[in-house]
Design a protein. Structure first.
Length: 286
């Protein structure tokens, strides 16, 4: 997995300028260069930067933290790799208890967003290429259950903005939506999760009840242009004046339709929050 510096900054909380400064001064991190000469980072580099940030929070200087991470550079990556292989092995023999125990072990020493980004979501993305239908269903259910447990275990604030999260009617893949909920909650948002296959009338009822600041819809499965237009139109009408942010691979190929209808598009919690802030600022202008 190759990631650009903007994504690394978002995933780790370390600014792009800081990452470049560390690279110049300490030779850390050590990205590759793409054909267009952009910095690209591996998942191991993401985890290394996270470890440095954690050590600095504990009182170490940046140079001390980098030196400590360099002293055991591959330990975390090797552990993740071993855990993933154990997970796949358990899934292959349909041993749900063993697979779930691996997920429990993998998340023991990680915060919610790190566990989500470095383990659960990568596992979800690999399922289709690794597993047959039965095993994919088992593995997907276990990962979604773990994401739901993560979300439920996170502390809720009483006065943060509220996001109403759903997959539209006919879309049953809610892993990305659950990950969005984890990231929003970690940033002080209140999250109301409707989950998979949510019809427009259910969206309307939820909007009336909880009065969200943003509705986030996750389109994963591919839809023909007319079906996408119909589903998104009905969802927008159901949510009336509430800003709607749409994400997922099933929406990416219909951006023109999406923007024409008045929705926004985001690929991360950070982008969703930025859109909400722009809308709020516009509403507050005299």
């Amino acid at each position: 997995m190759s990631l650009r510096i903007r994504t690394i900054a978002r995933l780790t909380g370390i600014r792009e300028a800081t990452l470049r400064a560390w690279e110049r001064r300490y030779g850390f991190p050590r990205p590759e260069r793409s054909e267009n000469n952009y910095r690209v980072y591996s998942r191991d580099e993401v985890e290394a930067v996270r470890r440095v940030a954690k050590l600095m929070e504990g009182g170490l200087s940046v140079s001390e933290a980098i030196a400590q991470v360099r002293a055991s550079p591959a330990q975390s990556a090797r552990q993740d790799s071993r855990l993933m292989e154990r997970f796949w092995a358990a899934v292959m023999v349909l041993d749900a208890d063993a697979a779930d125990a691996v997920l429990e072990e993998a998340g023991e020493h990680l915060d919610a967003t790190t566990f989500c980004d470095t383990f659960l979501i990568p596992v979800l993305r690999e399922m289709a290429s690794r597993l047959d239908v039965a095993r994919e269903h088992l593995a997907s259910a276990l990962v979604r259950q773990r994401l739901r447990l993560l979300l439920a275990s996170m502390v809720s604030v009483s006065d943060g903005p509220r996001g109403l999260l759903a997959c539209p009617a006919g879309d049953h893949h809610e892993g990305g939506l659950l990950a969005l909920g984890v990231h929003l909650k970690a940033r002080g948002w209140r999250v109301t999760l409707l989950g998979a296959d949510t019809p427009a009338e259910a969206l309307h009822g939820a909007c009336v009840q909880v009065r969200p600041d943003v509705v986030a819809l996750s389109f994963v499965r591919r839809r023909e242009a007319q079906e996408f237009l119909t589903v998104l139109s009905e969802s927008l009408q159901a949510c009336a004046s509430v800003p709607m942010v749409v994400g997922g691979p099933g929406a990416r190929e219909h951006l023109k339709t999406l923007f024409t209808l008045g929705a926004q598009y985001a690929e991360s919690a950070e982008e969703l929050i930025a859109i909400w802030q722009q809308v709020r600022n516009a509403q507050n202008r005299p």
